[in-house]
Design a protein around this ligand. Sequence first.
Ligand code: UP5
Ligand code: MG
Length: 196
Amino acid sequence: TGKDQALVLFVLGGPGAGKGTQCSNIVRDYGFKHLSAGDLLREEQDRPGSEFGDMIKSYIKEGQIVPMEVTIQLLENAMLATIEEKEQRKFLIDGFPRKMDQALAFEEKVVPSKFTLFFDCPEDAMRQRLLKRGETSGRSDDNEESIKKRFKTFVETSMPVVEMFEKDGRVVKIDATNGPEEVYADVVKQFGEKGL
Ligand code: UP5
Ligand code: MG
């Protein structure tokens, strides 16, 4: 199927750092397929007959990481479907891997990433963005209590993954504090330097 020829970028950053927002810009200008692990999990949660629905629901509300087998399978299925239907092989994997075991398993069993685009943003800014979005998003985890848990998981469980990739020189770090246009200008600049 040519899965091993896929170009994969991981897109990481804290909850509300702007991963999804920037992925939309990149899709528009660079022809990547955007796969958000969180979106795929929310779809699976709502799929009638899913055996994982209740489990996913409680993990998301608690800001915990769903067992990797589920997420990796959803991502791999979506990648294979995209390759088959559109012959498209450039993927932005958004919000994944956020735990060490996922990172190792995905790169070993699916495909290694080219690099990780890491959006760096202070917690205060992220909290404000999420609370504002929570007024209309309907997301079960856009509330004060879940946000606190998501931040804790990010710092304790997800940052070590970013640090591991950083050690092998595979992280492109973007300051995500400013407005979306400024942040994106930096993405474009860094993509240029990577030859994309
Ligand atoms: N906004 C965006 N950029 C802005 C900017 N520069 N200035 C001002 N405002 C900005 O943006 C969030 C909000 O901020 C929006 O309203 C936007 O307009 C505004 P968004 O682009 O959505 O940020 P993003 O980083 O994508 O935030 P998101 O809430 O999606 O981050 P999370 O990482 O928390 O959510 P995700 O969906 O990835 O994961 C949810 C849960 O799923 C996890 O907590 C976990 O329980 C589960 N999960 C797993 O278990 N395993 C996985 O592998 C992945 C997820
Ligand atoms: Mg998102």
